[in-house]
Design a protein around this ligand. Structure first.
Ligand code: MN3
Length: 203
């Protein structure tokens, strides 16, 4: 079977469409430079492994396994991040549908969820992500505090929503103020999309 490589996806909105919450300059650099680098690095690692297999040679197994988890993890999380955002005038601002019900069931109300998610995302040490997830076994929503792109992830738990709190996500717009970026993020969440992910999970 022909193997494929990874591609940087197009955004479903224009680069300036998330303003004033994420500026055009910030979004362009984040998408075209930072995300692109993870795609390029992932593909380079896969090609290096393919070459070594074809030639029957060794490669640095440990370093490449680690680099692949980091770069491919970065690619996957950025895809979720771009797809779950929408221009502010298109955002419901609050969860909708089945997900809204589940958030009420688990957290009591949206404000409580927002507080917990904000605290978890704010508290990432260094670079990482906040991520809303769901355990099919216990029917519980959960929030992961992912370090880098690949540490603290609970295997097989589906991702519903992520928030990139790497400094590269906000330094142009908010300098070192991660909290301001997190506050801004809530204005451009596409809750219809996130509810669709939740509905699509086989419970
Ligand atoms: Mn990023």
């Amino acid at each position: 079977m022909a193997k494929e490589l990874y591609k940087l996806p197009d955004l479903k909105y224009g680069y300036a469409d998330l303003e004033p919450f994420i500026s055009e300059e910030q979004l362009r650099i984040h998408h075209d430079k930072h995300h692109q680098a993870y795609v390029t690095n992932t593909n380079s690692i896969l090609q290096l492994i393919d070459r070594a297999r074809a030639e029957g040679t060794d490669f640095d197994y440990k370093a490449n396994a680690k680099a692949l988890a980091f770069n491919l993890g970065g690619h996957v999380l950025h895809n979720y991040f771009w797809w779950e955002m929408t221009p502010a005038n298109n955002s419901n601002k609050e969860p909708v549908g089945e997900l809204s019900e589940m958030i009420k069931e688990d957290f009591g109300n949206f404000e409580r969820f927002k507080k917990e998610f904000t605290q978890i995302a704010s508290g990432v040490e260094g670079s990482g992500w906040g991520a809303l997830t769901f355990c099919k076994g216990t029917k519980r929503l959960g929030i992961m505090q992912i370090e880098k792109h690949n540490v603290n992830i609970i295997p097989s738990f589906p991702i519903l929503m992520v928030l990139d709190v790497w400094e590269h996500a906000y330094y142009i717009d908010y300098k070192n103020e991660r909290g301001k970026f997190i506050d801004a993020f809530w204005n451009i969440v596409d809750w219809e999309r996130i509810n669709k992910y939740f509905k699509d999970i086989e419970k």
